[in-house]
Ligand binder design. Sequence first.
Ligand SMILES: N[C@@H](CCC[C@H](N)C(=O)O)C(=O)O
Length: 280
Amino acid sequence: MLERFAKVEGLGNDFLLLDRRDASPAVLDALVARLRAAAPALCDRRLGVGGDGILVVGPPRTAEAAATMIVVNHDGSRPEMCGNGLRCVALAVAGAVHQLVIDTDAGPKPCAVREFHPGTCPSGQVAIDMGPPDLLGPRRVGGRAFAAVSMGNPHAIAFVRDEDPEALARGDGPAVERDPQFPDRTNVEFARLEADGSITLWVWERGCGITSACGTGACATLAAAIAEGLAPHARDVVVRLPGGPLMLRQDRAGGSITMTGPARVAFVGEVEVPAASSTA
Ligand SMILES: N[C@@H](CCC[C@H](N)C(=O)O)C(=O)O
């Protein structure tokens, strides 16, 4: 069955986006099941469209929302949240309305689209109220201390000084992702505080591997940095990811984190999504 999609990206974290705001709950559930089974093939960068995951835009679940975002990782798993993906969904849904709420599996998220360039392939800057982080305490994995933080989805953050965060994310990410202390697996962050107050961040994503950016990972890292006294409240903090910078801010302890960054539709197309039973 052919499905129309937009290829979207935020800082190079890229997704197939299927807008099915017209679908009934049963049709949406069946589509998500098919996409989960087909995700490794669809997201394959040589044999498929290519992407870190898939975003399904469904009808809103709550009265104030414009739509719902459902996320499927590259490996077919279904995470609760995706920061870069949500910026892309807000951009795709926004049209003339630049303030909107999108429902997610981690609750409703207010979004503001700025510097909107309309067209078949719109782009813009999107600010999202990502909600408050949940600080879950320290974990020790392989002799290293990680801060466990939930942004709706799970993160394990280690701060390094003289080590290379990219090498650590590539080398240690897979084992930390599957450490038994994280029964749902975890996204894994290696972060370095820079002299100018910014944070350099590499992320090994659950269900994807290394990505060029992770919005929830950046927010979780800021929360851990503030908790450890490494970053300030009520000031913009730049988190530098391989794909570019995200601007983050938490105004008070325990409060919401605001994330601002780019989103873009790269191209649109149609792709065959096989029935779930024939993709095993
Ligand atoms: N890239 C995303 C996070 C996507 C979900 C993640 N892989 C998970 O399994 O939790 C982001 O920008 O937040």
